[in-house]
Design a protein around this ligand. Structure first.
Ligand SMILES: Nc1ncnc2c1ncn2[C@@H]1O[C@H](COP(=O)(O)OP(=O)(O)O)[C@@H](O)[C@H]1O
Ligand SMILES: [Mg+2]
Length: 156
């Protein structure tokens, strides 16, 4: 069940990254962030901000894992960055070790999360990014449990 939806419009990639940074600052091991939105919406921009907020070293390049299924970034919280765009489905995600990624040793951020929705933990922060103009994006954030609610509270 989704509670307390937050809606924010950003006018630049920097503003989207800043929201990501706030999310990253309040990220705990065991958290799951599900990113939704079409190509070019700004999911990866958001992940760059999340990584900064999670104190991933600035020298680490944060990009969609195009050929690998998951990129890993050590930080205050260990980050697993998944892009599900090319995955056939949840079986492939599980085969890549998704179960272990969610076991609490780090936080998981998934682009194209709708492609593997059945595999996602029940308590997750869902971040939906939509084009609202050339440089503007509508970002909607929904929670589904106490862990995601704590993150959303930091964004409000
Ligand atoms: N308000 C905004 N928020 C995020 N990205 C934006 C915004 N305005 C323009 N952009 C541009 O949109 C693109 C988003 O790309 P990216 O984050 O890779 O998208 P996705 O991962 O969703 O495919 C980038 O080129 C970025 O500069
Ligand atoms: Mg991307």
């Amino acid at each position: 069940m989704n509670r307390a939806e937050i809606s924010i419009t950003t006018e630049s990639p920097d503003e989207t990254r800043a929201i990501g940074q706030t999310i990253g600052r309040s990220l705990e091991a065991g958290a799951c962030i599900a990113l939704l939105g079409t190509l070019g919406a700004g999911k990866t921009e958001m992940v760059k901000g999340i990584a900064a907020g999670a104190e991933v070293d600035g020298d680490v390049v944060v990009n969609s894992p195009t050929y690998l299924i998951v990129n890993e970034y050590p930080g205050r919280v260990y980050l697993f960055h998944i892009d599900a765009y090319r995955l056939s489905g949840s079986e492939e995600l599980h085969a890549a070790g998704f179960g272990e990624m969610c076991d609490g040793r780090g936080a998981v951020v998934i682009e194209w999360a709708d492609r593997v929705e059945d595999a996602l933990p029940a308590d997750r922060l869902t971040v939906h990014i939509e084009h609202a103009g050339d440089q503007s994006r509508r970002i909607r954030i929904a929670t589904s449990g106490p862990r995601s609610q704590r993150i959303a509270d930091a964004v409000k």
